[in-house]
Write a protein that binds this ligand. Structure first.
Ligand code: HEC
Ligand code: HEC
Length: 477
């Protein structure tokens, strides 16, 4: 009975400003239409703003990473976790770059050779009181295998360089003896030659003795001594047979190549919500993370240095992170703590106190932050960026996240002398626009969206044992 009445109303609806939707019998009121229009315009302009920032950011893909055979990666995994590469056979690469500790060691300045334990529980021992801290913070090593990364270390002392032997510049006296497969392979040859990190002290072992005589290269050099150790272990030699050929003598670069392959595979981290966003999943980020990303790549100017999809320009800047601990001791005029950063490599005054912009992938899990590890939290290091001068001057060294040395050795939270702090202060070039508390919270939320949870404990993780049968660090240490 009522049907004709409804038809009549339906016929009138378009004249009243109602519009028919794709579903023939549904009508949308003018108010709803206007709301839809606003929302659509809003979304479109939001997309336009984001695409300005995100336009240049291509998703990270397989082609960004070199690939290596599974055998080589597994061999590198053993070597990376094996204390055989340290002079006193008591520390491995993983002691400072552990899969359970965000590929680093969770403390401001590492306790190197002679220490015991892992992470914040690492301490000195009576036999070797670990008096010396490693001068800089052990950085996280995520994604360094991606081809975009051509500069390593806080001061860039290992770098792709066509004019250097085998295309990679190394510190003076540590030049490569042969070609290596990637930058990480070259880098891996250096920690083993550092007295504090892995080699130990003169009089303690053959590697440290060679190094203290300045012998790195050649048949009596530190590299050859370490290579002979590895070659002498049948389980290693058998694995290398399949890589280099059974009758070819092992060379230190073969060890580097295996570690380099492992690092590129193990610490690849390109599956974060941010990566999903770059791959086109518009729902991947929370509203706060999206706002934070807009700020990061826009108004907050973070991306002027933390550029691109790995958040680094691979360049060096003076941002005045407080110098805790001895640093590299570059102030030759006194015993004062000092670290001149990039200038110690280039010799250029304008590079003084400049350190490399770190990638921010997995950054929520890789504190302490900065080349000296002065800041324990993201909030603190962001606060420093927003007011670096005040943050440097007001820094309280007692708050630095240094390891407790368990009564052995010396904790060195001291700052450099005042004149040095003034020089660091004067060198600062960082000058960012102010951000509200809400905006800072959004940026922190964005930094959390850079966490790839599938990568945080490494892809393979630590082995239970290694071919040398030496003890592997465990989380219980
Ligand atoms: C005692 C702690 C310690 C040990 C052991 C150690 N490292 Fe490191 N690692 C550091 C510190 C500290 C730095 C930063 C030094 C610098 O930049 O001057 C670093 C830097 C690195 C970097 C460069 C990171 C970047 O962002 O550029 C890589 C890669 C690396 N280490 C790999 C290794 C490998 C491979 C081994 C073993 C052969 C190893 N490390 C052993 C503490 C350690
Ligand atoms: C002028 C260049 C520059 C700008 C702009 C900049 N940073 Fe940095 N940032 C650096 C450098 C250089 C370091 C490392 C300093 C050091 O090690 O002494 C760093 C360190 C960091 C760290 C610590 C990372 C780690 O692993 O130790 C975070 C987090 C960070 N920046 C976030 C930001 C955010 C967020 C912004 C924007 C608000 C920003 N940065 C703007 C250059 C910059």
């Amino acid at each position: 009975m009522l049907r004709p009445f409804f038809y009549a109303i339906a016929l009138m609806l378009p004249h009243l400003g109602f519009k028919q939707t794709k579903h023939r019998h549904r009508y949308v009121s003018p108010v709803t239409q206007m709301m839809i229009k606003w929302v659509t315009v809003g979304i479109m302009s939001l997309q336009a703003t984001l695409s300005l920032a995100a336009e240049t950011l291509k998703p990270v893909t397989h082609s960004d990473f070199p690939t290596f055979s599974e055998e080589l990666v597994m061999l590198g995994r053993d070597l990376f976790h094996d204390p055989i590469l340290s002079g006193n056979r008591n520390i491995s690469c993983a002691s400072c770059h552990h899969a359970w500790l965000g590929s680093a060691d969770a403390v401001a300045l590492s306790v190197g050779e002679g220490g015991a334990g892992l992470g914040t529980r690492r301490h000195g021992t009576p036999a070797s009181p670990a008096e010396k801290h490693v001068p800089r913070n052990a950085p996280a090593i995520f994604n360094l295998g991606a081809s975009e990364f051509t500069t390593l270390f806080h001061d860039g002392r290992v770098m792709v360089d066509d004019t250097a032997p085998y295309g990679i510049s190394m510190p003076k006296g540590f030049e490569l003896e042969r070609e290596v497969t990637n930058l990480l392979a070259a880098q891996a040859l250096l920690p083993v030659t550092s007295f504090e990190e892995m080699a130990g002290q003169h009089g303690e072992n053959d590697v440290a003795d060679a190094l203290s005589k300045g012998k790195v290269h050649g048949p009596e050099g530190a590299w050859a001594i370490l290579t002979a150790r590895v070659e002498g272990i049948p389980a290693y030699r058998a694995q290398f047979d399949t890589q280099i050929g059974a009758d070819k003598p092992l060379h230190i670069t073969d060890i580097g190549n295996a570690i380099g392959a492992f690092l590129a595979f193990e610490f690849r981290a390109d599956n974060s919500p941010f990566d999903a966003y770059l791959r086109g999943d518009t729902q991947a980020l929370t509203p706060a993370q999206t706002r934070g990303m807009e700020l990061f790549y826009g108004k907050a100017e973070c991306s002027t240095c933390h550029a691109g999809r790995f958040q680094t320009d691979h360049d060096f800047h003076a941002i005045g992170i407080p110098q805790i601990g001895p640093g590299k001791g570059h102030d030759s005029s006194s015993t004062a703590f000092a670290d001149h950063g990039r200038a110690a490599i280039t010799g250029k005054p304008e590079d003084k106190y400049c350190f490399r912009t770190p990638s921010l992938r997995n950054v929520a899990l890789t504190g302490p932050y900065g080349h000296s590890g002065a800041y324990a939290t993201l909030e603190e290091v962001l606060g420093h960026h927003l007011d670096p001068h005040a943050s440097l001057i007001g820094f309280d060294p007692a708050k630095a996240p240094l390891p407790a040395l368990g009564g052995y050795g010396q904790v060195t939270p001291q700052l450099p002398e005042h004149a040095e702090i003034e020089r660091i202060f004067a060198a600062i070039t960082l000058d960012l626009p102010p951000l509200t508390e809400g905006e800072q919270a959004d940026i922190i939320a964005f930094l959390h969206s850079l966490t790839d949870s599938s990568s945080v404990n490494g892809r393979l993780g630590a082995p239970l044992g290694v071919p040398s049968k030496l003890r592997v660090d465990t989380i219980a240490d």
